[in-house]
Design a protein around this ligand. Structure first.
Ligand SMILES: [Zn+2]
Ligand SMILES: [Zn+2]
Length: 131
């Protein structure tokens, strides 16, 4: 029998019903201490999981274009979108496992930029984590 080489980097631990790399829960806890981004000398509170507005605005723009002049139809579609988003955000972030109301482990591709309201990981704002 060949023994598998042990890889100390790859130890998994149970966390929030999932298996995560050892040390991740601590990273998540540490992430809660960087509550702001400094962007061009100004401080912006980071957006917690569940507080994003980007998806809703995008959906509204799309439905407004699709159902031009039919506000009742737009609203009923938006209610579906809201339900869907709410259900998703009731679960931990699929990327960093942060829970609703908590901050993401930076950089997480689900975090929204508090300045431009686009994906924080890819937007062009000059961000720096701050307390
Ligand atoms: Zn996340
Ligand atoms: Zn930005």
């Amino acid at each position: 029998m060949i023994e598998k080489p042990s890889n100390p980097e790859k130890h998994l631990v149970d966390f929030r019903g999932r298996q995560v790399i050892e040390g991740w829960p601590e990273k998540l806890e540490a992430a809660q201490k960087s509550r702001h981004f400094m962007i061009d000398g100004k401080s912006f509170p980071r957006i917690a999981w569940g507080d994003e507005t980007m998806e809703l605005e995008e959906a509204r723009r799309n439905w407004e274009q699709y159902y031009k002049g039919a506000p009742a139809l737009i609203e009923s579609q938006m209610n579906l979108v809201k339900d869907e988003i709410e259900q998703e955000k009731a679960q931990p972030c699929p990327d960093c496992i942060t829970e609703k109301g908590e901050l993401h482990v930076w950089p997480c591709d689900r975090e929204e930029c508090p300045n431009c309201r686009h994906q924080a990981m890819t937007c062009l704002c000059n961000k720096e984590l701050a307390e």
